[in-house]
Design a protein around this ligand. Structure first.
Ligand SMILES: Nc1nc2c(c(=O)[nH]1)N[C@H]1C(S)=C(S)[C@@H](COP(=O)(O)OP(=O)(O)OC[C@H]3O[C@@H](n4cnc5c(=O)[nH]c(N)nc54)[C@H](O)[C@@H]3O)O[C@H]1N2
Ligand SMILES: Nc1nc2c(c(=O)[nH]1)N[C@H]1C(S)=C(S)[C@@H](COP(=O)(O)OP(=O)(O)OC[C@H]3O[C@@H](n4cnc5c(=O)[nH]c(N)nc54)[C@H](O)[C@@H]3O)O[C@H]1N2
Ligand SMILES: [Mo]
Length: 685
């Protein structure tokens, strides 16, 4: 059987290069691609489970319409599209095209996704979202400091002698990075992990630091204080390449380890050990995770952590640097600047970019002139995944008409009037980038869509025809056939002569200009051309201090609201190995390993509440409640509890029932982990 090249387009660091075996039109086997240096270990369980996912009996194969009784019935494409086109035509006249919310999220990567926005612009306008659920405060902190979001190649981590996993759980969320960390450790390197949870990533760590959630900035500032006091600064590097060192040094002069320990609950000795490691060991890499920046103070936190690399000269060298997001393969778009899509940047009158991803529910409900009437959702599952689920549900219910395009009947699809069956990665070709390695890859069409499934571009073309849009027949606007899709992709690749579809069919191709060592030339595209510890833009754009400072998290137990006696526990809602957010958890292959939601709780906190391992407990706050099973976890910092995100409402554990619709200090991210709760035993008679 021939091996066909493809690549996994999930929102995941690894973005694995894969091969697929297809026999008699069916996918038989998924394996690693021989030509990748980033993910040679092969796909994760989720990757292997595509064989189940594509053919799952739960997969949506036909359009569905909500019945009066609240269930769903199968309808023809013609009747579904006629109903949608009729509604779209009516609301375009009154109250106007911007009464339609076009919502998309991170369900799949690729250039073909742009066809969707094309449709909504040609339709006459729409209301769109800004910000992002995932990573923007870290992106913005990095852009302000280094000027660009890029980092060394994944395999370069093997050259590091100090690796600090700071709020990142690579062993679950970036399993291929773990191999390079192991190489660094086998060569005598040191691993330090900073996480309130003792995760699998800490197995080989020589130091585990467990801060009170949201206080990492204080730890970083105290480490900077010690490095400055005790001669750990690379003075020559700082003099040539760093802006604002003196202002920063002055601002941390009183940030002693004792003060940071009082804030973060990290022992003074651990802060000293961290500082000693940065002073003594070179080269050092900090791999900072996305969980770390889901706080209202997290942009400043990320800047404080970045400062440790700047003052020790750990930038632009093999084995050194800031591993956060490597957007060197994002040659097609503007994601390097996370604020480029904010309203002031595109006042084009067509798109009303007015709904914050972090405040989806409240913002949808608040819109006027025109109010929202219709929502179109594709590649996203906002009801369980966006903050403050009950408000998101209320906002969708307040509309007249909802369409959801998805592969499964998700929590969001269950709220729709019409559900349209979506393609999988194997059913339409696309070119994808990544955010950890710098490969461009072809995700190839290898099978025909099953049932009556249609790719989004075809759905839009059929709607365009019904709406009398002149572009409806145009395969360059709405590419549908394989030839049209190839032509569309080739046009996107045309500016990059080395990257052709033919080459991508053979395997991953390094993005044009990709560097193994980022910033090796020590040229930083910031206003000053240097690494900016002091950033005027940080102050003017985001209203934060120009140098990184520490601000107490909004839901800290040190604040009176919410009442710390009523809600004393920090709820962390990290990612997990065998799902990507709300995807994969419905498959048999995955359920074998993770069959039900659980809340991790420290034995001391459990004992104080009369909770035993396996007991049913209620996790609640003023915003909502979930009832799940407790799992006692000695590795978790006392005072914290943790439930992985991505469980569905129908699993009884959609964690965002408990979170608040709240933005981060910069980048318009979502502060998911600012979330205090109480846990109590539930009687089970
Ligand atoms: N409490 C809490 N909440 C969180 C997080 C957290 O840490 N804590 N993490 C946040 C983060 S980092 C992220 S990135 C978001 C993720 O949130 P979302 O971006 O909403 O991602 P998913 O849950 O993966 O849902 C994607 C949906 O797209 C569908 N899909 C996949 N491929 C296609 C396709 O080709 N076409 C169409 N039409 N649909 C497709 C899938 O079936 C799935 O239902 O969640 C955020 N939510
Ligand atoms: N298997 C798998 N892989 C994935 C994903 C997935 O869902 N599943 N999702 C992908 C996506 S979209 C994302 S955003 C990434 C996310 O993956 P990561 O970057 O690893 O981020 P999280 O899992 O959100 O959080 C990482 C760690 O941060 C810790 N943490 C929480 N609060 C704090 C804090 O205040 N301080 C510190 N120091 N640590 C804290 C959490 O306990 C957690 O262990 O993974 C990607 N890869
Ligand atoms: Mo994410």
């Amino acid at each position: 059987m021939p091996l066909l090249t493809t690549a996994c387009p999930r929102n995941c660091y690894s973005t694995c290069a894969l091969t697929v075996q297809v026999e008699d039109g069916r996918i038989r086997r998924i394996d690693t691609h021989p030509q990748t240096r980033a993910t040679p270990g092969g796909p994760c369980l989720k990757g292997l489970s595509y064989v189940e996912r594509v053919y799952s009996s739960d997969r949506l194969l036909h359009p569905l319409r909500r019945t009066r009784g609240g269930g769903f019935e199968r309808v023809s494409w013609d009747s579904a599209l006629d109903a949608i086109a009729g509604t779209l035509a009516a609301v375009r006249r009154e109250p106007g095209p911007q009464s339609v919310l076009y919502y998309c999220a991170s369900g799949t990567k690729g250039l073909m996704n742009r066809v969707s926005e094309r449709f909504w612009r040609l339709y006459g306008g729409y209301t769109g979202t800004y910000g992002d659920l995932c990573w923007p405060s870290g992106l913005e902190a990095t852009r302000l400091t280094l000027g660009d979001n890029k980092h060394n190649a994944p395999w370069d981590l093997a050259n590091a002698r100090l690796v600090v996993l700071w709020g990142k759980n690579a062993a679950e969320t970036n399993i291929h990075q773990q191999a390079f960390i192991d190489q660094a450790l086998d060569a005598g390197g040191t691993l330090i992990v900073i996480d309130p949870r003792r995760t699998q990533s800490a197995e080989r760590a020589s130091l585990l630091i467990q801060p009170r959630p949201g206080t990492d900035g204080a730890v970083a500032l105290a480490v900077a204080h010690l490095l400055i006091e005790h001669g750990g600064v690379d003075r020559a590097f700082v003099a040539r390449h760093v802006l604002g060192f003196d202002a920063f040094a002055a601002s941390v002069a009183d940030f002693t380890p004792e003060r940071a320990a009082g804030i973060s609950d990290v022992p003074v000795s651990a802060i000293h050990r961290l500082a000693e490691a940065f002073a003594a060991v070179r080269p050092a890499t900090i791999s900072a995770g996305f969980g770390l920046q889901h706080f209202a103070n997290s942009g400043q936190t990320m800047r404080a952590i970045l400062a440790l690399l700047a003052i020790t000269g750990n930038v632009g060298r093999p084995g050194a640097g800031w591993v956060y997001a490597n957007l060197q393969s994002h040659v097609f778009d503007d994601v390097r600047d996370p604020v480029a899509s904010f309203p002031p940047a595109v006042p084009d009158g067509v798109a009303r970019v007015a709904v914050s991803m972090a405040r989806l529910g409240p913002d949808m409900l608040a819109l006027a002139d025109p109010p929202l009437r219709v929502a179109w959702v594709e590649r996203g599952n906002p009801i369980p995944q966006n903050p403050q689920t009950p408000t998101v549900v209320a906002a969708f219910r307040a509309l007249d008409f909802r369409v959801v395009v998805d592969q499964f009947l998700t929590d969001t699809a269950r709220e729709a009037d019409l559900v349209l069956p979506a393609k999988t990665m194997f059913e339409q070709s696309d070119v994808i980038g990544a955010y950890w390695h710098a490969y461009l890859q072809l995700k190839q069409k290898v099978i025909d869509p099953p049932g009556e499934v249609k790719a989004e571009s075809e759905i839009y073309r059929l709607l365009a025809r019904r709406l009398g849009m002149p572009e409806a027949g145009n395969g360059t606007v709405f590419p549908v056939s394989e030839a049209e899709v190839d032509a569309y992709l080739e046009r996107a690749l045309a500016p990059f002569p080395g990257v052709t579809l033919a080459r991508l069919r053979a395997g991953p191709v390094a993005a044009p200009g990709a560097q193994n060592v980022a910033f090796e030339d020590l040229v930083f595209p910031t206003p000053s051309g240097r690494i900016e510890l002091e950033s005027r833009e940080a102050a003017t754009r985001w209203g934060v201090a120009a140098v990184p400072d520490y601000v107490e998290p909004l839901e800290s137990v040190r604040r009176a609201d919410p009442d710390p006696a009523a809600y004393p526990l920090y709820l962390l809602t990290p990612n997990t190995k065998n799902r990507i957010h709300s995807q994969f958890g419905n498959l048999r292959m995955i359920r074998q390993f993770d069959d039900r939601p659980r809340v991790a709780i420290h034995p001391d906190d459990a004992r104080a509440r009369g909770i035993r391992d396996g007991a049913r407990v209620r996790v609640f706050n003023a915003r909502g409640a979930i009832v799940i099973e407790a799992r006692l976890d000695n590795g978790l910092k006392a005072g914290c509890v943790a439930v992985t995100n991505g469980w569905w409402l129908t699993d009884g554990a959609a964690v965002n029932v408990l979170s608040a619709a709240r933005e981060t200090d910069m980048g318009y991210g979502a502060a998911f982990h600012e979330n205090r709760v109480q846990v109590e035993a539930v009687s089970t008679e």
